[in-house]
Design a protein around this ligand. Structure first.
Ligand code: UTP
Length: 292
């Protein structure tokens, strides 16, 4: 089986950067305007041709499951009140695809979260999408990576150029050779110390992986931050089979930290006809108030 049909969406992290909002609710349920971030991710997966999704959940599992399930009472009320546009929005989230769930009992790191879904994946190539990054692109970001996988039959990791000062926050690549947007990689390094990064090409939360990755995730080796890191397993995989990096086309929004989250909210609100004018007026007033 060489087609990428399955995707894992890890959503079991503690979301400490958004505490206390994430105390009882997963950060993947925080909304950008009126849609939880995880729905943008699920939609990208579907638009990329993914047929089967598993979400790795931790605390607040119910909120995610309920979101992608039918909400009978709510749908009935909207129907009775003839609020058809809203009804359509509510039903859209539950009619997406079949979504499965598995629990990561303890947040031991992204590598461990992916490992928890190993039985769902079986012996096929698969995708991983993180909810921290929303990418808007003509061709969905994940589809671009799947296209590369289909050409190379190798793992493909989505990367993007970031400011040099930011590299320590990411996994980065040490590129060996470049063919347009595709890189051969000497090494994948998780969170290099400031000033030591081999490049400014950072791993953004989109991956196509071959099932051999589980040989390394099975070892449960602890990496940066005391966590089982996916990047470390990818580096090990890279030592036994080719793993490419691909600089995708599109705009990436970092919704995993506060400022990025607010910026994304504003950008998406400006694309929303219902609130765009009101928001612009409000922002103009604020700019005057702060004399900018
Ligand atoms: P992050 O490190 O960005 O998420 O992991 P976090 O730990 O929830 O965030 P902060 O730093 O405390 O604010 C990237 C993705 O991997 C998932 C997270 O849910 C997020 O989508 N993850 C991380 C897991 O599913 N399990 C883990 O053990 C760690």
């Amino acid at each position: 089986m060489n087609r990428v049909r399955k995707a894992i969406i890890p959503a079991a992290g503690l979301g400490t950067r958004f505490l206390p909002a994430t105390k009882a609710m997963p950060k993947e349920m925080l909304p950008i305007v009126d849609k939880p971030t995880i729905q943008y991710i699920v939609e990208e997966a579907i638009e990329s041709g993914i047929e089967d999704i598993i979400i790795v959940t931790g605390k607040g599992k119910r909120a995610i499951e309920d979101h992608f399930d039918h909400a009978f009472e709510l749908e009935q009320t909207l129907l009775e009140k003839e609020k058809f546009a809203l009804l359509e929005k509510v039903q859209a989230s539950s009619n997406l695809v079949d979504i499965h769930y598995i629990r990561q009992k303890e947040p031991r790191g992204l590598g461990h979260a992916v490992w928890c879904a190993r039985n769902f994946v079986g012996n096929e190539p698969f995708a991983v999408l993180l909810g921290d990054d929303i990418v808007q692109a003509e061709t969905p970001c994940l589809r671009q990576l799947i296209n590369e996988y289909e050409k190379t039959l190798s793992s493909v990791i989505g990367v993007m150029k970031v400011d040099d000062a930011e590299t320590h926050r990411y996994g980065v690549i040490d590129p060996l050779a470049q063919d347009e947007r595709r890189y051969q990689v000497r090494q994948f390094v998780e969170k290099p110390k400031p000033g030591t990064s081999p490049s400014n090409l950072a791993i953004i939360g989109r991956y196509i992986l071959t099932p051999e990755i589980f040989m390394f995730l099975d070892r449960q080796e602890i990496g940066a931050g005391g966590e089982i890191q996916l990047t470390d397993a990818i580096q090990k995989l890279n030592e036994i089979q080719r793993v490419f990096a691909y600089e995708f086309e599109g705009k990436r929004y970092d919704v995993g930290e506060k400022l990025g989250f607010i910026e994304t909210t504003i950008e998406f609100a400006l694309k929303n006809e219902e609130i765009k004018d009101g928001l612009l007026e409000y922002m103009a007033e604020k700019l005057k108030e702060y004399r900018l």
